[in-house]
Structure formats: C-alpha cells, structure tokens
Design a protein around this ligand. Sequence first.
Ligand code: PSU
Ligand code: MN
Length: 311
Amino acid sequence: MTAFRHLAAILDIAPEVAAALAEGRPVVALESTVLAHGLPYPDNLETARRIEAIVRDGGAAPATIGILAGRLTVGLADSDLARFAEGGATIRKVSTRDLGAILASGGHGATTVAGTLTGATLAGIRVFATGGIGGVHRGGEDSLDISADLEALARNPVAVVAAGAKSILDLPRTLEVLESLGVPVVGFGVDELPAFYTRKSGLTLETSVADADEAARLLATHWGLGLGSGVLLANPIPEAAALHLDAVAGWIDRSLREAEAEGLRGKAVTPWLLARLYALSEGRTLSANRSLLLDNARVAADVATALARLT
Ligand code: PSU
Ligand code: MN
C-alpha cells in the first residue's frame, strides 16, 4: 500500500469546468500568482474578472487555479479571486516544489505558471493563458536563478499562451533552455519572440502559426507523437498597448540595479521587480500588463476551441 493521498482528496474541479471537460468542450487554465503577486489591488481583481469574461466570450470555460485549504482548486469562485487579490503579498506563492507541502499542511496559495501547470495536467486541461512566463534571470549563469516555469513546461502537455517571457529576464538564455528542454516556442502571427511590454526582442523564432486553427494542428501533432512537453505560444502585446522600448529598458535597468543593492534573491525577485517597474513607469507597465493578459486570454480561448474541434 502506498501512503500517497488519493488525488480526490487534494484536487477540486469546479462543476462548470468538470462539465466542460467531460463533454470535450474548450477550457482555459489561468494562474493565481499574477493575481496575488503580479498586479496591484484592485486592478488585479478587475483584470482577473475581465480575463474570465473574455475566455467565456470566446466559448471556453475559465479555470483559474490556486490552492484553498489544502486543495488544488481548478476553477476558483469569484469570492476566491477576491480573496487572492486582496491578500496580495500575504498569500503564499506556490511553485512546483511548494505544492506538496502546502497541500499537506492544508494551507492556501497562489500558483505560479509552474504550479498551475500541475493542476492543469491533473485536470486534463491543454490550454493555459498567462502574461509572461518566468525564465532565466539576467545573471542567471552565475546565480542559477532559472524559473521553475521552464522545467514545468518541459513536463506538462499544455500550451501556454504568453507574451513571451518577462522582459526583466535574459531572453536569449531563456530560449536556449527551452530548446534544451524540448519545448517548442511558437510565434502567434509573428516570427520574433515578443518581449512582454514590447512586441519585439530581436530573437527570431523558427516556428510560427498564423491563427488558432494552425496552432491547434501543431499542438495535436506534437502531442500525437507522445511528446509530454508543453508548448509556448508567443502572442505579442497588442500594438496600441505596447510600451516604448527605450523607456522600458531604462526602468528595467534601474529596477535590476536596485534589486541587486537590496540583495534580493529567490522567489521574491519577480514580484518585487514588477512592483518597482509599476512605480518607476507611473503605472504604464500595469496597463500594458493588463492589455497583454486580456489578449492572451482571447487567443487561448480561440486555441482551446480549435483544439476541441480537432480532437
Ligand atoms: N505573468 C505576468 N505577471 C506575473 C507572472 C506572470 O504577467 O506576475 C508570474 C507567474 O506566476 C510566473 C511567475 O510563473 O510570475 C514567475 O515567477 P518566478 O520568476 O519566481 O518563477
Ligand atoms: Mn527565481
């Protein structure tokens, strides 16, 4: 006999999500760390609600994933979204390594892309929308600060729609690690990796798709081979919402210097930098982050719908 807790004791799938999955209807997974740690209150709550509405308008069921009282919950209720949004930094940020401990202790937690991917896989959800994934931090060749998001993308057969990796990161090295891990990075309507707040990074992608149908065919073929890895679908921020490259570069350089001076390490780094960029940009990064999150939700709903039609 194993001592492992039965999955039913730790996984909760909301009725709306369970019904959609059972009937083969499209579902889009969403994360809760961006809600608790990535955006300030109350914009975070308003954004989370808009994201869910956009997913529904696109014909898919939204499944925001987080941990409530020791249960990995797939499909948070509106009151839970509010609790995570209001809790902010007091809510535990849960990545892959933290899942077992938090679930075993009966605690609450907001799941990162990595943590959310585990929930999506357990529930059988194949499409996930976020803002920008984590990756190799600048100086990561020394600090080895490489987000667990990359490793989780390698292990979970889920398409993550994101505006690339966050631009506070080392994007060339992030692409190298994804290549090593066998994770396809596919431009959605573009042949260049987007850089989160801006559309261009100067990094050419070998693979791109024109639309959701082509994305779905690529995904079905990738998984049809038995490959268990995820796919990064890179959707650039809408043109009108993109920030100016020079301004972004200045805010990032300054916030990175400050983080260095503060001696920040580990999981605190990303939320701290995002909050600093918000302050330095006088809120401009928030409106950009919001726009790209909403657009990624729209694309993810379309891809989930196309995938449901195919399979
Ligand atoms: N996308 C955003 N804002 C965020 C994040 C993503 O637009 O705050 C979060 C995700 O939860 C991602 C995390 O997994 O940042 C990365 O944190 P780290 O670098 O510590 O792995
Ligand atoms: Mn890190």
